[in-house]
Design a protein around this ligand. Sequence first.
Ligand code: MN
Ligand code: MN
Length: 379
Amino acid sequence: MKPNPHEPPPTDPGPENPELQRQNPTSFAPPRSDKGSVKNFRYPFSFSHNRVTPGAGWAREVTVRDLPIATDIAGVNMRLEKGAIRELHWHIPAEWAYMLTGRARITGVDFEGKAFVDDVGVGDLWYFASGIPHSIQAISDDGCEFLLAFDDGEFSEFDTFLIADWMARTPPEVLAKNFGWPSNVFDAVPREQLYIFNAPMPGSLAEDRKRAIGPEGQVPNPFSHRLLAQPPRRRDKSGEVHVADSSNFKASLTIAVAHVCVRPGGLRELHWHPNADEWQYYIAGEARMTVFEGGSKARTIDFHPGDVGYIKKALPHYIENTGQTDLEFLEIFKSDRYQDISLSQWISHLPSELVEAHLHIDRKLIESVPKQKQVIVPS
Ligand code: MN
Ligand code: MN
């Protein structure tokens, strides 16, 4: 639990926030292997300013304004009560989602008029490409909660193109001409954003699909994907890993994900990602991560459910399960493919004399390192 503890431990007679200090032991007493100044790579959603619609739901975001190094991806955590709708809208970046609780009905239409309607539940994903109009409605008794990731760290969920908001900002005579209806029809359109609002529950999925689909048919590649229902890339006593990118979730052209579960005492092995920055979301359990920055710099931070982590492309790191329960988190990348390079796999593919000359570790031990990527250890 306490690597390389300071002896004697640091004392702290002055002012302190005891709850935060308890949650962040490696900030107050870092491992002695930490060195130098590494920019902050954690932001808890608990610190985010929430946008609440009483009785209908809420949304809070972590963007580059909160976590300045997170330039590739912005995240949103949203809650919808039973029947509540996230207003019909679209936006410039692509939207990727992971369902955390409950079930939702989602809709979208592509540029050819091909329709998409589906119901998603815990462990399912969706992906709406840049500019694709969509909606989300909670359909289970306890509503739903989900995580959104946008492929632009600057993006704000509170600046999207909302259907009623756009119509309220278009002259009624133009709307009348556009639809061929009398202009007083548009007197009823809300003048303010709906954003998140209560509505009656929708009908059956089959009925909604039938009404949505026109002669153009359905979208060729579904906008949803059952991540946790697919076969895991790896599953053993140390944990399990599910990966979705454009190779198996064809619609997801700009976001790749690994859902990682590490059993107590396990470690997401020392590794890095050669192709993209990593945006992390912690779902369950307790974790500790050290990021090595080069130039002899390293920093360790503790993570808790609801926290966002961020690692710049190619910076090496590990994630240790420091709790008594399973650690569950998402590794999200702005990329069409999931890629990682493992320290163990690297040295297992080198002449052992070459490794021994660097690390002064007996070559017999070097030769015992498995050539297959471990991902989670011990395995
Ligand atoms: Mn959206
Ligand atoms: Mn990683």
